[in-house]
Design a binder for this molecule. Structure first.
Ligand SMILES: Cc1ncc(COP(=O)(O)O)c(C=O)c1O
Length: 385
């Protein structure tokens, strides 16, 4: 079976993990954690990086940093991996789900701006003893504390427009850039458009630490607090004095060691993914009714996971998996999951469902050989013949 997306561990992973084992620095403090944070932040062009045990934890902490609390609102697209919504629920906030564009599968900014104009008004809410201005949802009287755009599959939507909408409505941005390490919009890296960006390094991402995440920010105070609350909010190096309810969310040194080795290989992985993307686009153009995800000319994507749309998605999915080509459907839209289906879903035509019904991901690992890529293409072509 040609796998969908597996890690490519071809560099210094063994060497650095052995170093951790030899020196006993295996846990949540150690030189590799700091180095990994610095490497990710530097690559993304952010001032600070804070390593977490996974991307979900990074999204959860990002919201706490921005004061998201029970019954507040957080906006997010309806097409995302469930972790985005789960992280909102961990804070007790209520998500507002926005439909996606049919072409690039990113949040529909027309839907977003119409919703904000019609359904919210600016008002003051107290946070940490100070009055702050937020967009308040008229129906609930609760503030929108953050928006979490998701850079779906490493593609990026219209960030200029999103940032200006958020300025008008005073909404803080936490980017779910978990899939977008190596993706740029107008030369600026994903995760650096708002107050906070997040990355994931689980097994299927462009680099992997097995499990892991990093928060990036340019704000020193947010960075310090992120480190503090991910390490149980211990306020003194000696005393076990903790000044708030913290989290044990830190990435361990042994995994950060894998991360450092993976970061060293990231530029090569991106080149491999771009070559893969170009090959698939060339070979699959005009095959059956296949439609590619639209990438704007402002975006330089990491080409993380090749996914296309076809009306025969279910049939093709079964065919590929039966014929040695691992493939997967897209995420079930959030408004169709039983624990998230009661939240407000802002849409004109439920594009999310159309995308879900037709999108299919095919093998995209950095380590795929040309022969394997050819097999994937030949198998798809044989289905449509
Ligand atoms: C869009 C999206 N958000 C959040 C996550 C959560 O990241 P993690 O699996 O590292 O917790 C992932 C990755 O799985 C993701 O793809």
């Amino acid at each position: 079976m040609i796998p969908l997306s597996i890690p490519h561990l071809a560099g210094n992973e063994w060497k650095y993990v052995k170093d951790c084992l030899d020196t006993g620095w295996v846990s949540s403090v150690g030189a590799y954690v700091t180095k990994f944070e610095e490497m990710v932040a530097k690559f993304a062009g952010a001032k600070y990086g804070i390593a977490c045990m996974n991307g979900t934890a990074a999204l959860h902490i990002g919201q706490i940093l921005l004061g998201v609390e029970k019954d507040d609102h957080v906006i997010t697209p309806n097409i995302t991996f469930v972790a985005t919504l789960n992280a909102i629920k961990y804070t007790g906030a209520n998500p507002i789900l926005i439909d996606v564009n049919p072409a690039d599968w990113q949040m529909d900014l027309d839907c977003l701006s119409i919703y904000l104009a019609d359904e919210t008004e600016l008002g003051e809410v107290e946070l940490n003893g100070e009055k702050q201005t937020y967009s308040i949802v008229k129906k609930t009287g609760k503030p929108i504390k953050a928006i979490m755009p998701v850079h779906v599959l490493g593609n990026i939507g219209d960030m200029d427009r999103l940032v200006s909408i958020c300025e008008i409505y005073n909404i803080a941005i936490i980017e779910d850039s978990t899939e977008a390490l190596g993706s740029f919009y107008k030369g600026k890296h994903a995760g650096t458009f708002g107050q906070i960006g997040t990355f994931s390094f689980n097994g299927n991402k462009i680099i992997s630490t097995g499990g892991g995440g990093v928060i990036v920010t340019n704000d020193e105070a947010l960075a310090k607090r992120a480190k503090h609350i991910t390490t149980t909010a211990k306020a003194s190096p000696m005393e076990y004095f903790h000044d708030e309810t913290g989290y044990n969310y830190r990435l361990v040194n042994i995994l950060a060691a894998v991360g450092v080795a993976q970061m060293e290989q990231l530029p090569g992985f991106i080149l491999k993914k771009k070559a893969m993307d170009a090959f698939y686009r060339k070979e699959l153009a005009g095959v059956g009714d296949i439609q590619f995800q639209k990438i704007s000319s402002d975006v330089d994507p990491n080409c993380w996971l090749f996914t296309f749309r076809t009306k025969r998605m279910r049939e093709l999915l079964a065919f590929l998996n039966e014929n040695g080509v691992q493939s997967r459907p897209f995420w079930v839209p959030m408004n169709r999951l039983p624990m998230h289906d009661k939240y407000e879903f802002i849409s004109n035509k439920d594009q999310s469902n159309d995308v879900y019904e037709s999108a299919l991901s095919i093998p995209s690992s950095s380590g795929l050989t040309q022969e394997q890529l050819q097999t994937v293409v030949d198998t798809i072509k044989s289905f449509y013949k």
